[in-house]
Ligand binder design. Structure first.
Ligand SMILES: Nc1nc2c(ncn2[C@@H]2O[C@H](COP(=O)(O)OP(=O)(O)OP(=O)(O)O)[C@@H](O)[C@H]2O)c(=O)[nH]1
Length: 358
């Protein structure tokens, strides 16, 4: 995580300012900082209970492990919804918003606004009113902003059954629709995605994966490449994972099954656990390493499926799920993965600009 670097990150550097942005907003103690720390800084969920204090000012961090998946995460103090967005901020501290910059628009970067609601903190009326105000303001300033709601903390005794989670989501969706209608905005004109999340299980990775995917400009090409791989090699599914955050940044167009994503993500943990850290950092080809540009890892499941993991770019892993009988032609599979690898490298190259900058 770039936020851990000793030298401060210059978020006003045009190269960083133009990266896609994920804005985390919502009520106090909804879980914004916990989500950021657990997914991007590998804090254990239990640690968030006693290690996190209320966020007092905007905290920004950069996620930049693999060239195809680079973005910044903006963690706002609780109950801040960009009210004074057009005002100038004190720019002394590098983590304050830059002068005159709008958090919803800045530098034309693709922006996703994640509103984190505490599912265990009913009633939601007041919180959702602030949300609809923020959404209408954000959309006025940036019609392309993507709006996501994380209904967080759907764990513990209150949410033992799936039904209780779906009921909670339905209640929140209905209230948002009512709030928008009251504010004179047609709910049909705004596409809001709702995710049920908890930092204690895989749901937070699934939700953030979907958010990040929408911010990747090359997504349609990635999906196409994975589709070609899956159909050429008769695979069931293929996922591209950022191995550090364990978010999957793309998959083939076939249906996604949460359990299989979780399995692939667990496989990455297993493989990284047996790979020395220095090999990961230097991308070395060590005969004992399980994760480098020459190695591959295989897990055979008792149901006749095979999981196959290969590094395809810096900190980017391909995890394929295939039937054992289709895994026999390993050389064909490796050849096609080699082609995918080349295509990914080309895709990650910055687009050359002509002399007049176009
Ligand atoms: N049960 C449960 N608790 C969570 C979850 N996410 C966060 N928490 C807890 O919620 C509390 C508040 O979390 P924070 O991450 O500080 O919340 P925040 O939204 O950043 O709060 P502010 O900084 O005040 O805006 C902590 O005690 C976390 O352990 C979750 O998914 N489930």
């Amino acid at each position: 995580m770039g936020g851990d670097n000793i030298s401060p990150i210059d978020f006003n550097d045009p190269k960083i300012a133009s990266l896609p942005r994920i804005l985390l907003m919502g009520p106090r103690r909804g879980g914004k900082t916990s989500i950021q720390r657990v997914v991007f800084q590998k804090m254990s969920p239990h640690e968030t209970l006693f290690r996190l204090e209320a966020t007092q000012q905007l905290e920004r961090a950069i996620v930049d492990h693999t060239p195809l998946c680079r973005f910044t995460v903006w963690d706002f103090p609780g109950d801040y919804y960009g009210e004074d967005d057009e005002n100038n901020y004190d720019n002394d501290n590098n983590n304050n918003i830059s002068t005159g910059d709008s958090v919803f628009v800045g530098d034309n970067a693709a922006t996703s606004l994640i509103f984190v609601v505490d599912a265990q903190d009913e009633p939601y009326d007041h919180v959702l009113q602030s949300f609809t105000n923020a959404v209408t303001r954000a959309l006025e300033l940036n019609p392309n902003i993507v709006i996501e709601v994380f209904i967080n903390k759907v764990d513990g005794e209150l949410f033992l059954s799936d039904e209780s989670k779906y009921d909670c989501r339905r209640d929140i969706m209905t209230q948002v629709t009512d709030e928008l209608t009251d504010a004179g905005v047609s709910p049909d004109s705004i596409h809001i995605r709702y995710h049920l999340t908890s930092i204690y299980d895989h749901s937070i990775y699934e939700a953030l994966s979907r958010v990040v995917q929408r911010l990747i400009p090359q997504l349609p090409t990635l999906e196409n490449l994975l589709n070609v791989l899956v159909s050429t090699c008769s695979m069931e599914k293929a996922y591209l994972f950022d191995v550090v955050s364990k978010l999957y940044i793309s998959t083939d167009p076939g249906p996604v099954d949460m359990q299989s994503v979780e399995l692939c993500s667990d496989m990455i943990d297993v493989v990284l656990d047996v790979t020395p850290a220095e090999d990961l950092e230097e991308d070395m080809v060590d005969p004992d390493s399980a994760y480098d540009n020459k190695s591959a890892s295989v897990i055979r499941l008792s149901n006749g499926m095979v999981l196959y993991l290969k590094e395809v770019d810096t900190m980017l892993a391909l995890v394929c799920i295939t039937r054992a009988e289709n895994f026999r032609k390993k050389s064909l599979i490796n050849y096609n993965i080699g082609c995918l690898k080349k295509a990914l490298r080309a895709l990650a190259q910055p687009v050359p600009t002509t002399e007049n900058g176009h």
